[in-house]
Write a protein that binds this ligand. Sequence first.
Ligand SMILES: Nc1ncnc2c1ncn2[C@@H]1O[C@H](COP(=O)(O)OP(=O)(O)O)[C@@H](O)[C@H]1O
Ligand SMILES: [Mg+2]
Length: 331
Amino acid sequence: MSLEVTDLRIEIGGRAVVDGISFAVPDGARVGLIGESGSGKSLTALAILGLLPDGAVASGSVRWNDREILGLPDRELARLRGDDIGIVFQEPRTALNPIRTVGRQIGESVRIHEKVSKREALARAVVEAERVALPDPERLVSRYPHQLSGGQRQRVAIAMALACRPRLLIADEPTTALDVTIQAGILSLLRSLVHDAGMSLVFITHDLAVLAQVATHAVVLEHGRVVEQGAVEALLRAPSSPVTQALLRDATATLWHPETGTPTAIPDAATPRPARGSAERHPESTPDAADQGSAPDAGARRPDATPAGPAAAQDAGRRPPETGPDEEDTP
Ligand SMILES: Nc1ncnc2c1ncn2[C@@H]1O[C@H](COP(=O)(O)OP(=O)(O)O)[C@@H](O)[C@H]1O
Ligand SMILES: [Mg+2]
């Protein structure tokens, strides 16, 4: 189950916004697409899924299991999205219908893939909610999206993406809109879900520290082109392009060794940890953390709000780790 993107170009209004991108995601690989805002990450993901906005024209090749999927008819692409490829977006609100209970929405995702009754789908929704470590799943499935915290909504979106048991998950900045501690929980969840299911992952971010926690291979984009790609560990130790060097400087605190101010060993990405089950260990699954997460999204600290530059990043590294509550995930 491999993905191969070759010389992908996307034009909007005659302008090449993605300009010859190539990368591969072998079976079970975890690849990060990284670059500044506007570098073409989201459009690349949307092109893979056949979800480009009107007016965007893609050329080149996207092969899924050796089958060309760029330009497939909508119906076949929809089937592919239901069966093989799941997606999680930055803002879970966009994936969720505000006037339907989360149980019904997760259940509908199950029904795309499996012929089950509505009642069975609702029962499955509880199981799926449990799988993404949502607290009190039996009760939670009868709630509406606005009654959940930001982190919980993203867990629902992840449950919906995974309900079809995809072989590839594409996550486009899934934690960017979340508070840092909630972000750590979601990253940890994604990592264990991907590992346990043996899925491949394409993880999009502008934050190298975040990427290093989930991906083993990085593709660095600038202005719609690949400027560098390779093993995350190699990129962190010896970034060859100025873009990667800048991303390394801007990476949030987690990457920096508190004592020496140098990049730490790559957290967990290189060596997947043994499967671990469960809910209780995710911070948001405790009532306290869930309350904390229900603060308005506006209060979220975004990674791009951290001061840039090597000195700032190193100083940040001397603060207590911000990922504290999820102790298993601090390097
Ligand atoms: N619907 C659209 N119409 C016109 N231009 C767009 C549209 N979507 C994206 N672009 C442009 O394409 C470029 C890449 O966008 P995008 O893939 O969303 O970047 P990223 O996800 O890396 O921030 C940007 O310059 C953006 O302005
Ligand atoms: Mg984007």
